[in-house]
Design a protein around this ligand. Structure first.
Ligand code: SF4
Length: 193
């Protein structure tokens, strides 16, 4: 597992790309999930997520995945469980002071982030503390649901702006959108041949 974790950090850019594709698929599935019920899909998706991410990242299912901000190195594997790091105890060669046989999770994180497209910027953002009440839940589902909700809001706002702008435009310049003359046939109420 530890070796796979190191591999994931070395391939951080590829995993960043894969993560984005997974998110796109999950967002596209939002109407289906909503129809089935998010509560019902939570458990099976959390199980799939746990299987995949435990294998690749030694995921602890904290429920608020930050891998894309931590160079694909899971911060929950830090013995101090720091959400921002590294601490001041990194040993020579980038090893952990608590588990000297292990590379510091955060030293790996900065390495992974430097290989990613957006990682170098994201790792500088201060992450909030872990919310333990989300332990065991699916981060994939939560994140994609939030993106889908944002997309809906943006679409609704654009529709609303258009609806508001159109009558205003007609008031300002009625000739810009004249009503078409109704063809005589269309106004003829009698039934033709
Ligand atoms: S940050 Fe949380 S969800 Fe992401 S890999 Fe680590 S424990 Fe799993």
């Amino acid at each position: 597992m530890y070796r796979i974790r190191l591999f994931a950090v070395r391939r951080a850019r590829a995993f960043e790309w894969i993560y984005k594709r997974v998110e796109q698929v999950m967002v596209a599935l939002d109407p289906l999930f909503a129809k089935i019920g998010y509560n019902r899909v939570e458990r099976p998706i959390a199980l799939i997520e746990k299987g995949v991410k435990t294998l690749l990242f030694d995921c602890k299912m904290c429920g608020q995945c930050v891998l894309s901000s931590t160079g694909m190195s899971c911060p929950m594997n830090c013995p101090k469980q720091l959400r921002n790091g590294p601490c001041g105890g990194v040993r020579q060669g980038g090893f952990c002071e608590v588990k000297p046989e292990m590379k510091c999770v955060w030293a790996l994180g900065w390495d992974g982030a430097s290989r990613m497209k957006e990682g170098a910027t994201k790792i500088r953002e201060v992450l909030p503390p872990v919310d333990r009440s989300l332990q065991g839940s699916s981060s994939w589902l939560r994140a994609s649901r939030e993106v889908a909700a944002q997309n809906r809001e943006t679409r609704d706002a654009a529709r609303m702006a258009l609806a508001e702008a159109f009558p205003e435009a007609r008031l300002q310049e009625p000739s810009a959108a004249p009503l078409a003359e109704e063809p005589p046939k269309a106004t003829n109420t009698g039934r033709g041949a």
